[in-house]
Write a protein that binds this ligand. Structure first.
Ligand SMILES: [Zn+2]
Length: 265
């Protein structure tokens, strides 16, 4: 994807007078966030970062006019649990939350009133939730964190693998669908997790939050079944993910700030 291509919603390609003009009628911005971390022996390390940015742009393109702003994506995330695998670059929870807080406060200063943190990396979630609370506390704007909640249940319906959480059936499919040249299926493995405790199950509605170094659970770095990934499944997944996210973004974009708060409280 050529992100340097000029688009009237892509923040980084606009001039300041263009942004100022657009802020008169657009108060919603999407901030994509990812990670640079191992994704098994068959996928590139940028999957979470690339996909979050790709998704944000596709979603904005599919939104009605005027489209939400899309901000430059944050490539790095909290990935310490993958650090035994080379290629992983992790930042601390404190560094990431401070960065997101500063960006959020700066956006509020610009006039953004609704900020959607579009998170492509599950382990950023607690940090982003914390930053979102602090931005809301101090700038009193609407901030939310989306980490796949709008479409995860639809994706789980499409796959065969249980507990497919990292570089498995889902991410292999989604990468095959948009960047097949970067996937080496001859190295794709099945390392499906067998968790015999339903409360530790990562995809269960009753699952509690817990944290583990990937190497304790998987020798390849895959948690799921990468061999089940196909381009066809990936295309369906992208269509659903984009469709649900557009629905969500439209609902935020079209609702005045005061009313969003009314709905909440
Ligand atoms: Zn990933």
């Amino acid at each position: 994807m050529k992100n340097n291509q000029k688009r009237n919603f892509l923040w980084e390609t606009m001039t300041w007078p263009e942004i100022e003009e657009r802020l008169n009628f657009m108060d919603t911005a999407i901030l994509p966030l990812g990670a640079i971390e191992q994704h098994g022996p068959h996928l590139p390390v940028d999957v979470d970062y690339f996909d979050a940015y790709y998704m944000a742009i596709k979603v904005a393109e599919a939104c009605s006019n005027p489209k939400p702003f899309v901000l430059p994506a944050i490539p790095y995330g909290v990935s310490y649990h993958h650090s035994e695998f080379k290629g992983t670059i992790s930042v601390t929870n404190n560094a990431l939350s401070a960065l997101i807080y500063d960006i959020g406060m700066s956006l509020a200063h610009n006039g953004i009133k609704k900020l959607i943190l579009m998170n492509g990396h599950g382990d950023n979630k607690p940090t982003l939730t914390y930053a979102a609370q602090m931005i809301n506390r101090d700038a009193r704007i609407f901030v939310c964190v989306e980490t796949g909640e709008t479409s995860d249940i639809d994706l789980y319906d499409l796959i065969d693998t249980h507990n497919d959480i990292h570089a498995g059936e889902i991410e292999t499919s989604t990468t095959l669908a948009i960047r097949p040249e970067l996937v080496d299926m001859s190295k794709a493995v099945d390392e499906t997790l067998n968790l015999d405790n339903q409360y530790l199950d990562f995809t269960s509605d009753r699952g509690v939050s817990w944290y583990a170094h990937t190497q304790r659970l998987s020798s390849s770095g895959v948690m799921g079944n990468a061999q089940k990934g196909t381009e066809e499944k990936g295309k369906v997944m992208w269509r659903i993910m984009i469709e649900k996210m557009v629905e969500f973004v439209e609902s935020i974009k079209s609702t005045p700030l005061a009313q969003l708060y009314q709905n909440r409280y």
